[in-house]
Write a protein that binds this ligand. Structure first.
Ligand code: ASC
Length: 152
């Protein structure tokens, strides 16, 4: 009996590893909600960095670094939720090109993750000019992806 359970547990573990990222969501709607939520949280923290980069709030190196770190972490999350079958779901603004131009789309997402990582590194230096430069580059990578892959 015990042995059967351990076999079952092993089979379940193998299945979990083999399941593609897109199938980690119970419903396609859940994937859309997840990616929109991740992008929204990322945007919130990016805006807090931007407020300092643009001089709207006083520069606080610790706050900038904490927020930039969150941007870099959050930037890794949305992509697994753009799986097959999540293209015409709910209120998604994702364009068909996400799925028809997979290589270019992946490149754009990787560009954004790279810029977000650089933003976190720049914020850690405590140098406001470095933060401004990295903020601009990160924002441009957000915009490039939105222009190509998000409808108005
Ligand atoms: C933000 C945000 C984006 C980007 C983009 C940059 O703060 O939420 O999507 O910056 O607007 O152009």
């Amino acid at each position: 009996m015990h042995k059967i359970f351990s076999h079952l547990a092993f089979a379940a573990a193998l299945a979990a590893v083999a399941v593609p990222a897109s199938a980690q969501f119970a419903k396609p709607e859940d994937a859309v909600k997840y990616r929109q939520s991740a992008l929204s949280v990322m945007g919130t923290h990016f805006s807090r960095v931007g407020a300092m980069a643009n001089g709207r709030v006083p520069f606080d190196a610790k706050v900038a670094a904490d927020n930039a770190e969150l941007v870099a972490s959050m930037s890794k999350l949305p992509w697994a939720a753009f799986g097959p079958g999540t293209d015409k779901v709910g209120n998604t603004k994702a364009k068909p090109e996400v799925w028809t131009e997979q290589a270019k789309y992946k490149e754009a997402s990787e560009k954004m993750m790279g810029e977000a990582t650089k933003l976190a590194a720049a914020a850690k230096t405590g140098n406001l000019d470095a933060l401004k430069t990295a903020f601009g580059a990160t924002g441009a990578s957000c915009k490039a992806c939105h222009d190509a892959y998000r409808s108005q």
